[in-house]
Design a binder for this molecule. Structure first.
Ligand SMILES: [Zn+2]
Length: 118
C-alpha cells in the first residue's frame, strides 16, 4: 500500500533544522491517531512524540509506558503498541493526503519515497 508515507521519505535534516534534535541518533517516523487521524512525529530511539509540526519543542515523553499518550485532537488515549515500523498497524500509518493536511506537511516529500539513493 504505497499511499502511506514511508519512513525513508522523512527529511531528517529538516527536522533537526527546525529544532527537532532529541538526544542524538534520532530516528523519526510518523504515526497518526487511529481515532481522529491527527498526525504526530515519533522519535523512536528515545520514544518521544513531537506534537506540533510548527513547534518542535512541544513533545511528549513516551518512555514511561504507564503514562498514556492522549491525542491532542480527540482527547482519547492512543492505544499502546507499535505506532511505527514494520509491525505498526495500518490504523497508525499516515497517508500522503493526511500528511499534507497536517502541520507536518514539510517533513516528507513524495519524491524521496522512491529513494534508496542518497
Ligand atoms: Zn485523536
Amino acid at each position: 500500500m504505497s499511499h502511506f508515507v514511508p519512513e525513508t521519505a522523512i527529511d531528517h535534516d529538516a527536522v533537526i533544522r527546525r529544532g527537532g534534535r532529541n538526544l542524538g541518533d534520532e530516528d523519526f517516523a510518523l504515526f497518526k491517531c487511529p481515532g481522529c487521524r491527527a498526525v504526530y512525529l515519533l522519535e523512536y530511539e528515545v520514544d518521544t512524540v513531537y506534537l506540533d509540526g510548527t513547534d518542535l519543542s512541544k513533545r511528549f515523553d513516551a518512555t514511561d509506558s504507564a503514562q498514556e499518550f492522549v491525542c491532542l485532537g480527540c482527547n482519547t488515549a492512543v492505544p499502546n503498541g507499535a505506532w511505527a515500523g514494520p509491525k505498526a498497524d495500518d490504523t497508525f500509518r499516515v497517508t500522503w493526503q493526511e500528511l499534507k493536511a497536517s502541520s507536518w506537511a514539510w517533513v516528507a516529500t513524495p519524491l524521496r519515497s522512491f529513494g534508496d539513493e542518497t
